[in-house]
Design a protein around this ligand. Structure first.
Ligand code: FES
Ligand code: FES
Length: 167
């Protein structure tokens, strides 16, 4: 246990204060204390990407980030991107591309792709593959996921599909 005073951070635009041990993993705070179930618990070791959130806009694995590390930072979860009434363009593209089987990896794919498109709005398929290379999908939905990201980036769906399949 690594007890410190209250830890302050912003989650999806709302300021929060947590009186919890500083070594508490961020995913537990998000899911258990705030009821944000977008981040998924997969490996718990920082290896699969299912738990990805954005911290100050940068993808981070919330299963290994501690509350103390997140002190004073701005955290965005899947819920902070959009909702059913107003989907984020990346969320909408994933639905349009039917880029899911079990769906467990999608939180990480969408959060990582969103950060990619902020820093590179028109990526190539190779750049999308590179950005998502450490996000694991055990269902093998990779072609549809890449197509969704390319569509979100503005590629025509047919062109995105052809390009994603060709590589
Ligand atoms: S659950 Fe965090 S990287 Fe796998
Ligand atoms: S859709 Fe099942 S792990 Fe990716």
């Amino acid at each position: 246990m690594n007890a410190i005073g209250p830890v302050h951070l912003t989650v999806n635009g709302t300021a929060h204060s947590f009186d919890l041990p500083g070594d508490t993993k961020l995913i537990y705070v998000l899911r258990n204390d705030l009821g944000l179930n977008g981040p998924k618990f997969g490996c718990g070791l920082g290896e699969c990407g299912a738990c990805t959130v954005l911290i100050d806009g940068v993808p981070a694995r919330s299963c290994v980030v501690t509350l103390k590390t997140a002190e004073g930072r701005s955290v965005t979860t899947l819920e902070g991107l959009g909702n059913l009434e107003m989907l984020h363009p990346v969320q909408a593209a994933f639905i349009a591309a039917q880029a899911a089987q079990c769906g467990y990896c999608l939180n990480g794919m969408i959060m990582t792709a969103t950060a990619l498109l902020v820093r590179n709005p028109t990526p190539s398929v190779s750049e999308v593959r590179e950005a998502l290379r450490y996000n694991l999908c055990r269902c093998g939905t990779h072609v549809e996921i890449i197509r969704a990201v390319m569509t979100a980036a503005g590629a025509r769906p047919e062109a995105a599909a052809a390009e994603a399949s060709a590589q």
